[in-house]
Write a protein that binds this ligand. Structure first.
Ligand code: NAD
Ligand code: ZN
Length: 352
């Protein structure tokens, strides 16, 4: 779990004070910042640069890749003689995942792809701080960093992955475009649905999942609260949704969305929405509710995204999805293979 967290409007201003005790002489702080903020004084001016500290702008246009992590780590190792004092990520799930992965790979040998899986990391990561600027993925609280590698899209799941410190300032999410707000927010809603309806469910996951689910309903269904309240509540929903899956698993939407992402590069939030839209048979009323939310906020969900796939691409998509065994087992039980055959999966993909 994340051992330290501050929450509140304006809490971003405490960044300098929070990281100061972690500074080791000559070792810089590296700030990995979404390049969407390059021109934003609000975000950039408050970064407390000292000595040889560095800001590294990273684009979130594509989801993080293992190769990209290796390059960043290599560059930092060539530029600095000392392992950084800390890595601070400012951005959405993509940037937070880059931050977590870079901090792990600075202290562990080999390439990022060697650590995709469960509990393969042996050494403690560099001190790392997460500062989300869009809410929903739960990456700020999770013990994984999702990476696309040469053979699979899979997280580095380990006890060293979670942030040492998180700063939750809802004001940083001002300015997120509406559709993106919805897609990433729905990632949280889908985390809750998949956790609460999964066979791995337990009292720990349930308590967090129910809270996050109710917060999502307050924001996206009842829609009676102010924008400011929505920002705060969605940030907490994201946190609770992440906590819920920490002790259970996600399910069908995530497994299939990973397939879409691997073959077509579809991003996580929108990919989950494309898939979830067709899962009424598995997640019944929650899919009905989802469709109501789509309508209420006038959101476009892309259609016919798999219509032009070659047979090879379709097979790869199915392989990637079926490779995520724990997700299927959580969703459908031990017997999942007899329920989710390649044909069933293909038919579902063709509906999307
Ligand atoms: P993102 O980080 O990909 O960002 C989406 C878009 O929003 C980008 O264009 C970004 O520049 C923009 N953006 C972010 N903050 C903004 C702001 N304040 N104002 C304006 N624009 C802003 O989005 P995401 O949905 O948060 O993250 C998706 C990623 O998270 C995927 O790579 C996915 O694999 C990963 N993920 C990780 C976990 C985990 O537990 N580690 C869980 C779920 C998803
Ligand atoms: Zn997700």
């Amino acid at each position: 779990m994340v051992p330290k967290v501050v929450f509140g409007k304006g809490s971003y201003e405490q960044l300098a004070e929070i990281i100061k005790p972690q500074r080791k002489s000559k070792a810089p702080f590296v700030f990995i910042v979404d390049d969407v903020f390059k021109e934003s004084n609000e975000v950039i001016d408050k970064i407390p640069l000292n000595f040889n500290d560095k800001i590294l702008y990273v684009s979130a246009d594509e989801e993080p890749k293992t190769k990209q992590i290796d390059e960043i780590v290599q560059n930092l190792k060539s530029e600095f003689n000392y392992t950084p004092s800390g890595i601070i990520g400012i951005g959405g799930g993509s940037i937070l995942d880059v931050t977590k992965a870079v901090s792990i790979m600075l202290t562990n040998p080999g390439n990022a792809r060697d650590y995709q899986g469960w509990d393969l990391v042996k050494k403690k990561a560099v001190y790392h701080v997460g500062i989300p600027t869009i809410s929903g993925t739960g990456s700020e609280v999770s013990r994984t960093t999702v990476l696309t590698g040469p053979t699979k899209k899979l997280g580095i799941n380990s006890d060293f992955t979670p942030f040492d410190q998180v700063i939750l300032d809802p004001d940083l999410t001002i300015g997120v475009p509406k559709d993106q707000w919805f897609y990433t927010g729905m990632d949280c809603f889908i985390h809750c649905v998949e956790s609460l309806n999964g066979t791995f469910l337990n009292a720990f996951s349930e308590s967090y999942g129910e809270k996050a689910y109710d917060l999502c309903k307050e924001i996206f269904v009842e829609n009676k609260i102010s924008e400011e309240e929505k920002r705060g509540k969605l940030m907490m929903a994201s946190w609770h949704g992440g906590m819920s899956i920490a002790y259970s698993q996600v399910g069908i939407a995530h497994a299939m969305s990973y397939g879409l992402s691997y073959v077509l590069g579809t991003k996580h939030g929108i990919g989950n929405c494309i898939v979830f839209n067709q899962l009424e048979k598995y997640y019944g009323e929650d899919v009905v509710l989802f469709k109501e939310m789509v309508e209420r906020f006038d959101i476009t969900i892309p259609k016919n995204v798999c219509g032009n796939l070659s047979e090879i691409q379709m097979n790869t998509m199915i392989d990637v999805a079926l490779g995520l065994v724990p997700l299927w087992e959580n969703a459908l039980g031990k017997d999942w293979e007899s329920i989710m055959t390649r044909d069933v999966l293909k038919a579902l993909y063709l509906k999307m």
